[in-house]
Design a protein around this ligand. Sequence first.
Ligand SMILES: NC(=O)c1ccc[n+]([C@@H]2O[C@H](COP(=O)([O-])OP(=O)(O)OC[C@H]3O[C@@H](n4cnc5c(N)ncnc54)[C@H](OP(=O)(O)O)[C@@H]3O)[C@@H](O)[C@H]2O)c1
Length: 204
Amino acid sequence: MKMLEGKTIAVIGGSGNLGSALAGRWKDAGLNVIIGSRSGTPNAQAAAEADIVVVTVPYAAQADTLADIAPHVVGKIVVDTTVPLMPPKVMRVQLPAEGCAALRAQACLGEGVTTISAFHNVAAHKLATGNKVDCDVLVFGDDKNARQVGIALAEAAGLRGLHAGALANSAAAEALTSVLIFLNKTYQADGAGVVITGALAGHD
Ligand SMILES: NC(=O)c1ccc[n+]([C@@H]2O[C@H](COP(=O)([O-])OP(=O)(O)OC[C@H]3O[C@@H](n4cnc5c(N)ncnc54)[C@H](OP(=O)(O)O)[C@@H]3O)[C@@H](O)[C@H]2O)c1
């Protein structure tokens, strides 16, 4: 949390399921949050006013939204949450040509932006309740310090965040979301999640 003190977080597409749930938890934790939306504070303005930018838009809107905010996030950390779901086959893993949505985000944003990815496996409706959510947040990125910011954001939302390696590894969590959706349907689960077992140094 300490590394988020005094920082402003923009949630791009923050009117949606995941964005509004995360924003609500971060506000409850005392963080400064701006909601970006096509029908409120424009996404580009929210990105410009923030220190850390979290993108929570559907895959189909990812490229256009990132192009919109790109000039305003140079030198900043962008946390991409996009899962490359391609309706109607959302229970089937369909990763994009770039390898995963996070690498696509990095390509859209360019070298001057530090792109990380996280929150792919957390069910938004569970986050929205305010109850404890039984799901770890795997945080991906090529810069360890930037991943630490993602972990701090997860912790501020009441979740355990874990370093999960390079941005390219995001493919694993993105793919797993389709598996979780399949499990939800098959076993009538209410938002299956992912918990990493085993003793992890530094975690209870
Ligand atoms: N929902 C979950 O449980 C969950 C969990 C993990 C990851 N994710 C990922 O998080 C992202 C957001 O998911 P969500 O369920 O929150 O999505 P959502 O509620 O359907 O949409 C989020 C927001 O994106 C904006 N948006 C929609 N279409 C747009 C477009 N064409 N151009 C620009 N902005 C657009 C909308 O904001 P405005 O209309 O206000 O502009 C909308 O409120 C997705 O990539 C998803 O895979 C979701």
